[in-house]
Design a binder for this molecule. Structure first.
Ligand SMILES: CC(C)(COP(=O)(O)OP(=O)(O)OC[C@H]1O[C@@H](n2cnc3c(N)ncnc32)[C@H](O)[C@@H]1OP(=O)(O)O)[C@@H](O)C(=O)NCCC(=O)NCCS
Length: 208
């Protein structure tokens, strides 16, 4: 009989978003075997009982076959750090599984990219497409036929109405409402609480 080694779940980062990722894993009855943090002085310490096993340089030494990565890098407004780390790790050969919190609801006809995160009580409705490494944060709603680009970050409680499109790396703040069919460009930003009625071009920011 072939014995396959259990894979280790590692979380990149130790900030607020990383803790939410740990909670999503726990909701599925899984745990993390380590954190990776850029600060050398933190290596060997523990957060929530899980050890910080190394800085980013440890990624070059780990086995891509027995390690699964989860990005714990948040995006207060800028998704670039998250995107860079994800692409760097994928180039090394690491796998980022899609993470769906136990309380989230995802339609069977939705398509989920590698490493996307559908967090506590979020809803993803039929035929929505969620890109690689995109985050659908706590209680956000992605309606039918929405297309969410890679590394996009959707804040808690935001609502994307049917057919809305979000470009790669775009950011939608907490509680924002994106009306049906609206297109948001790459790396554009919608402030928390906004109702967006018009398309937003690449790299543009709208706060009111
Ligand atoms: C838009 C945002 C990124 C701030 O951008 P900023 O360029 O730093 O803007 P500032 O804070 O300097 O504010 C600029 C102006 O916009 C206003 N403003 C900022 N955010 C706003 C918002 N969400 N709604 C309404 N007005 C807002 C400010 O009051 C300020 O107005 P003033 O010029 O009349 O004083 C931030 O307010 C925001 O919405 N972040 C999203 C946070 C979030 O949802 N995180 C989820 C992570 S889990």
């Amino acid at each position: 009989m072939m014995v396959t080694k259990r894979k280790d779940n590692l979380i990149l980062g130790t900030g607020g978003h990383a803790k939410v990722v740990l909670a999503a894993l726990a909701s599925r009855g899984e745990s993390a075997q380590g954190w990776v943090d850029p600060r050398p002085e933190l290596v060997g310490t523990r957060i929530a009982g899980v050890e910080i096993i190394g800085t980013d340089s440890i990624l070059e030494k780990l086995s891509v076959k027995t390690t699964l990565l989860y990005s714990g890098v948040g995006a207060a407004r800028d998704t670039r750090r998250r995107a860079e780390l994800f692409e760097r790790c994928r180039k090394i050969g690491f796998c980022f599984p899609a993470l769906i919190a136990a309380s989230a609801e995802v339609s069977s006809s939705a398509s989920l990219g590698a490493g996307c995160q559908i967090l506590t009580r979020a809803v993803v409705h039929p035929d929505a497409v969620i890109g690689n490494d995109a985050v659908v944060n706590t209680a956000a709603v992605i309606e039918h036929d929405c297309r969410i680009g890679a590394h996009a970050f959707i804040g808690p409680g935001a609502v994307l109405c049917g057919g809305a499109e979000l470009g790669d790396g775009a950011f939608v703040g907490a509680g924002a409402i994106i009306l049906p069919g609206i297109r948001i460009g790459r790396n554009a930003l919608v402030a928390a609480g906004m109702t967006l009625r018009r398309d937003l071009a690449d790299g543009r920011k709208v706060v009111r």
